[in-house]
Design a protein around this ligand. Structure first.
Ligand code: NDP
Length: 287
């Protein structure tokens, strides 16, 4: 079998991560604050430890998947001495600032720290489509890459431990705004007797096709010239018709009005003839 690894925290996600390692033949030691959650993993071949302290003594990297930043400190602070010189991979969701704080804590205790952001739900772990974003110690990432890839695609973004979390949250920002846009459209057609399911069948391929536009927007944003020809202008992108149709249907205008405001700020600043991608500036450089 593969070398030893410890997993602290066996909630929905920690349990899935530990399970994938057990299935891959890693000598996996598991611990959870409340008893019972290790039982299924122990039956599959994991070693159950009675305390976190005992769990980290089994050697190898220590994977941490707890609730939040505070719970990570609660569990790891008393173990600082045991963790010195050990690799810690923390995939608990934390803010970029909290990830950096944990990296500084780790550095002060001689712990090699890798921070991770899981882009998957537990059922996806170990299956295609799952990915985990990492930042922090490049040595931990390289040395334990095979183990990390048991969970899904593994990418490393840089030594700043906050980067993975920042990237994770930026991707979620895009996801939630898109979800709100889909639900806004569903609400617009609902009074016309269109079910949300019917709308979803049309919206999913439409929005999927529209993601092809990201690369073009990105080229303009990175080039910094919003006047390059061939773009849809901000003036042309006025969402007045969409807002008017929504008002006729009696729906709240928040989701669309938000985009209209971003467009409006650039038109008001005299950039109406420039490309739609310029709303990046409304967001990046708020007045
Ligand atoms: P769960 O609520 O299922 O599990 C939380 C875990 O944290 C449990 O093991 C719990 O122990 C433990 N815990 C909480 N507080 C403490 C504490 N003070 N001391 C010790 N242990 C503690 O959550 P998930 O497993 O779903 O999520 C874990 C992390 O993974 C979170 O940061 C989450 O954001 C992240 N994540 C989850 C995803 C998901 O889809 N589930 C997706 C992406 C990231 P106990 O059993 O004793 O309560």
């Amino acid at each position: 079998g593969e070398g030893p690894v410890t997993v602290l925290g066996l909630g929905a996600m920690g349990g899935a991560l530990a399970g994938a390692l057990v299935d891959a033949g890693y000598a996996t030691t598991v611990w959870n604050r409340s008893p019972g959650k290790a039982d299924g993993l122990v039956a599959r071949g994991a070693h159950g430890a009675a305390t976190a302290e005992e769990a980290v003594r089994s050697g190898g990297p220590v994977v941490v998947c707890l609730l939040d930043h505070a719970s990570v400190h609660e569990v790891l602070d008393p173990l600082a001495g045991d963790l010195a010189g050990r690799p810690v991979v923390n995939v608990t969701t934390t803010s970029p600032a909290q990830s950096r704080e944990l990296a500084a804590w780790a550095a002060a205790h001689g712990v090699a720290y890798l921070d991770g952001g899981v882009m998957a739900v537990p059922a996806m772990i170990g299956h295609p489509g799952a990915s985990v974003l990492y930042s922090g110690s490049p040595a931990v990432f390289e040395e334990h890459r095979a183990l990390l890839e048991r969970w899904g695609d593994a990418s490393w973004f840089g030594e700043d431990a906050g980067l993975a979390s920042l990237y994770d949250l930026a991707l979620l920002a895009g996801m939630y705004v898109m979800f709100a846009g889909f639900l806004h459209g569903a609400a617009m057609v609902a009074p016309a007797g269109v079910t949300a399911a019917e709308f979803a069948r049309r919206a999913a391929p439409w929005l999927t096709a529209m993601t092809a536009g990201f690369a073009g927007f990105a080229e303009v944003v990175d080039g910094g010239d919003y006047t390059v020809p061939g773009q849809q202008s901000l003036e042309f992108s006025d969402l007045g018709d969409i807002l008017a149709a929504g008002a006729e249907q009696g729906v709240a205008d928040d989701a669309v009005a938000m985009v209209q405001r971003l467009i409006g700020r650039q038109i008001d600043a005299g950039h109406g003839k420039e490309g739609f991608a310029r709303i990046f500036e409304s967001i990046r450089n708020p007045a």
